[in-house]
Design a protein around this ligand. Structure first.
Ligand SMILES: Cc1cc2nc3c(=O)[nH]c(=O)nc-3n(C[C@H](O)[C@H](O)[C@H](O)COP(=O)(O)OP(=O)(O)OC[C@H]3O[C@@H](n4cnc5c(N)ncnc54)[C@H](O)[C@@H]3O)c2cc1C
Length: 386
């Protein structure tokens, strides 16, 4: 049994913070303004540093470290540069975890080493124009025959759409109704019939491309089916891992806004004294800290259940809902603490606030998390269609 100490967690957090601050903080504003993702070379460097394989097995190039280590690294990068953090999020907590946990040994061997080295990336394609919160309304089909799987449909809001090399496409693999017919299949970029819509002009998430993924009679080998129809429950169970990564992105936004505000309030003077001396500012900062710490503890608790298995879904939804809403409020308060400077692009607070809204929608809105929370709490299922 490997014993992981708190020191090791601190060490990896420190290393991540130093790389993030030295290399990515200086380019973060430029990536946002120009809506440019980090380069393939930079992504490979993240792979070389081991950041893309923290929560993956050693045989595929990962370090088999606890999940909490991956989240700590995501947080340090996300505090200063979300486009870089996104790559670490995607490989450690995103669709690659579906391959790692539900894929066959051959599929893991085929795709994971490239993802962990940064040579290739994988995006997840669930949402459709008429199926967002109601994901099980999806219409995309993946029909198996002796000559392969034929995939047809349109996926919407796909982060890294057009940029990623591999797409984990959720689709109907059988005619069974609702979730029963849904499984997942990998489609590689370059496969005939796969194309992308225009890059969306989102309020935030700039430097993380988003586009429709259009599948028009795309044929992939049968060996690309990762999850067959009937295993949707397992597929959505692993999605809890992605939700924890999402919650950590929000945590980072809140922590960064808080750190900037604490520093600013002790520096900026009004009426002849530092604004931290004013009780209203103290209340705002205390509220920010209360909310950030509550989100952090909920994420830590959920993460403790994630190693190897499926994280506790109640803990994950509590963490995601709290962290998403915390980030929106805390970044908003930070803008207020900074006065006019908070409203400029230069201070980076509006960027934190814009991104906080995106993370709250992605991965299931707080409204949907609340339904999940009560469902997990009571053991009841709430049919949203009747
Ligand atoms: C920045 C960003 C990144 C994303 N990345 C990806 C990605 O990589 N891959 C992917 O597949 N998708 C992605 N998405 C899509 C995302 O998962 C959906 O946008 C989200 O699930 C909401 O779906 P919708 O936009 O269709 O909104 P709708 O489902 O139309 O919801 C609209 C509003 O109604 C509320 N609502 C809906 N149903 C209920 C209900 N039953 N009870 C209470 N309230 C309800 C919602 O909470 C919301 O406030 C991303 C979205 C964003 C904004």
């Amino acid at each position: 049994m490997t014993i992981i100490t708190v020191d090791e967690l601190q060490e990896i957090r420190k290393l991540a913070a130093s790389v993030a601050n030295d290399i990515y903080a200086p380019i973060a504003e430029h990536l946002d303004v120009t809506r440019t993702p980090i380069s393939v070379e930079q992504r490979r460097e993240l792979g070389e540093l081991g950041f893309l394989g923290i929560a993956h097995e050693e045989q595929y190039g990962g370090s088999a470290s606890p999940f909490s280590h991956a989240l700590a690294v995501i947080e340090e990068f996300a505090k200063v540069c979300r486009p870089a953090a996104f790559q670490i999020f995607e490989s450690n907590t995103g669709p690659a975890q579906v391959i790692a946990r539900l894929g066959t040994p051959e599929q893991r061997e085929r795709w994971l080493p490239d993802i962990i080295s940064g040579a290739r990336t994988m995006a997840v394609a669930i949402s459709e124009p008429d199926a967002g919160s109601a994901a099980t309304d999806m219409k995309t089909t993946a029909r198996q025959s002796d000559s392969g799987v034929v995939v047809n449909g349109t996926k919407r809001w796909i982060s890294n759409g057009g940029e990623a090399d591999l797409y984990l496409v959720y689709a109907r693999l059988s005619d069974a109704p609702g979730s029963k017919g849904i499984g997942a299949v990998v489609v590689e970029k370059g496969t005939p019939g796969l194309s992308f819509g225009v890059s969306e002009r989102l309020m935030g998430f700039r430097g993380i491309p988003s586009a429709d993924v259009i599948l028009d009679d795309v044929v992939v080998p049968n060996e690309n089916v990762v999850v067959p129809a009937g295993d949707f429950k397992k597929l959505f169970g692993v999605f809890s891992v992605e939700r924890l990564g999402n919650a950590t992105m929000s945590l980072a936004l809140g922590q960064a806004a808080l750190d900037k505000s604490v520093a600013y309030a002790q520096n900026r003077k009004a009426f002849g004294k530092e604004i931290i001396e004013f009780q209203t500012i103290q209340t705002m900062i205390a509220d920010m800290l209360l909310e950030v710490e509550a989100a952090r503890l909920l994420i830590d608790r959920a993460a403790a259940t994630a190693d190897g298995g499926i994280p506790n879904p109640l803990y994950v939804s509590l963490a995601k809902c709290t962290a998403n809403e915390m980030a929106k409020r805390v970044t908003d308060l930070a803008i207020q603490v900074h006065g006019g400077n908070g409203y400029t692009e230069e201070y980076g607070l509006e960027r934190l606030h814009r991104d906080s809204h995106g993370w709250a929608i992605a991965g299931g809105t707080p409204a949907m998390q609340r339904t999940r929370i009560v469902s997990e709490l009571t053991g009841r299922r709430f049919d949203q269609r009747r």
